[in-house]
Ligand binder design. Structure first.
Ligand SMILES: *Cc1c(COP(=O)(O)O)cnc(C)c1O
Length: 237
């Protein structure tokens, strides 16, 4: 048997109450949905567990939560298969940038790919899904604030790229995903993302994080990606 390290003793006295945080976030989602006259069931809460270890994630699973997001393929590949054995109904979303050489692993590890942002990636994903005999729901990531450091297709090119993903690559594109500029009022960006999804006949919009998920719901988010408000602060990396 392993000797218990001081860190694991600390973690048992975890200062972050994941179950309580989940309840709070769910309540706020319900409230935001009510205020905007939307159905609560139309918004999915993605618990973003990147950087967090199995113990904190297990607290969320034990509290009944099943939908999670990770931003790195390798990290998810290491963390999730053992958890899935215990909780087979987990639904895992990739919300971070995807390199084509990791597409095969991504198709194996994730249920939903939210970051399709360029033709080469669309092509490789399509090939890997056919090879694996496993279609995955996808989102097209839109660089909604047209920021040079961010991934995503520019809003002006979104319609054409969505059509290309669907028609040429036969991807099951179900929605649009965006991360608005960090230091600006997000509403106009949320509104534009919802509009792009609507005019392309896409049912889903993934937008809103810990600081702005209620606003995102008011603008039609069907998937909110919440990390810090559930799992506590991350070590910077
Ligand atoms: C980390 C991350 C989130 C969650 O951010 P919080 O502010 O911790 O809620 C949401 N979306 C993406 C794409 C992320 O990388």
């Amino acid at each position: 048997m392993r000797v218990e390290s001081p860190q694991s003793a600390d973690r048992r006295r975890d200062v972050v109450d994941v179950a309580a945080n989940l309840r709070t976030v769910r309540e706020r989602i319900e409230e935001a949905a009510r205020e905007s006259r939307r159905r609560v069931s139309d918004t999915r809460l993605i618990a973003v567990s990147k950087t967090h270890g199995a113990e904190r994630i297990t607290s969320a699973l034990d509290a009944g939560h099943r939908v999670f997001g990770e931003n790195r393929v390798q990290e998810a590949e290491a963390k999730w298969p053992p958890l899935r054995e215990v909780f087979p109904s987990v639904e895992l979303h990739l919300i971070g940038p995807l390199q084509t050489n990791k597409a095969k692993t991504a198709v194996a590890v994730f249920d939903v790919i939210q970051t399709v942002d360029r033709p080469k990636l669309a092509r490789v994903l399509s090939e890997e899904m056919s090879r694996a005999g496993r279609q995955r729901d996808c989102f097209v990531e839109v660089n909604i604030g047209e920021e040079s450091q961010k991934a995503g297709v520019p809003p002006m090119e979104a319609d054409r790229f969505i059509a290309e993903c669907r028609e040429r690559y036969q991807l099951r594109v179900r929605g649009v995903m965006c991360i608005p500029p960090f230091d600006q009022e997000p509403s106009p960006y949320f509104a534009l993302s919802a509009k792009i999804a609507e005019r392309n006949g896409l049912p889903w919009v993934s937008m809103g994080m810990s600081g702005d998920y209620e606003i995102a719901i008011a603008f039609g988010a069907t998937h909110v990606r919440v990390g810090t408000a559930i799992f506590g602060p991350r070590d910077s990396r």
